[in-house]
Design a protein around this ligand. Sequence first.
Ligand SMILES: [Zn+2]
Length: 92
Amino acid sequence: MKSIYCSFFGHQYEVSKKITYHVKEYKCTHCSTQMTTNGKGGISPLTPKFKEINSVLERIHNKRMSRLGLKKEKTFHVKNEKNLINFTPHFS
Ligand SMILES: [Zn+2]
């Protein structure tokens, strides 16, 4: 049900779930209406059909990420900064 706030000001969505880099699910902070990124780059109401699509997308995405070892964001530390600063490309 649409809250009074939403009928006055419109929904205020926040990301409730990240499916892939490009697909996210959104939820209105006031009335909990759920939306999702659709295939056309816009957003659509999160229908059971979209939920199904998203769960498949998420599974594929996670599988791909874990295969690449990128599931967890890694922090890269530069062990020897000196090397980086003094690095000069050779074009010989
Ligand atoms: Zn709302």
